[in-house]
Design a protein around this ligand. Sequence first.
Ligand code: FES
Length: 124
Amino acid sequence: MNLNEWTPICRVDEIPVLGARRVARPRGMDVAVFRNGEDQVFALLDRCPHKGGPLSQGIVFGTSVACPLHNQTIGLDDGCAKAPDEGCTPRFSCRVEAGQVFLDPVELATVALELEAPKAGPCK
Ligand code: FES
């Protein structure tokens, strides 16, 4: 896909190091765009595969993020929980050119629209 067909999101240096920036989507859950200590950038649905925790609030280490709710480790490159935990969250294609971060507009408009953020409420 030609670079001018990608959606510009922000500059790499606008994402906190070892943190994330949320990208809102009109018809679906936010996407979390992460930056690690090597300035690599990754994008996942902002929803932990365990119980829907906001991964954008987690701490990045290496190529993983620790979910802020129950501390499961989620791989930033594949969206999957590290063993012995299970489950994966959708990942988004991400491209960086000259310090600018781009996401795929087709994925933004179509991926994981059926998923909702969990409702807050008492534990069962
Ligand atoms: S919701 Fe992420 S570890 Fe439980």
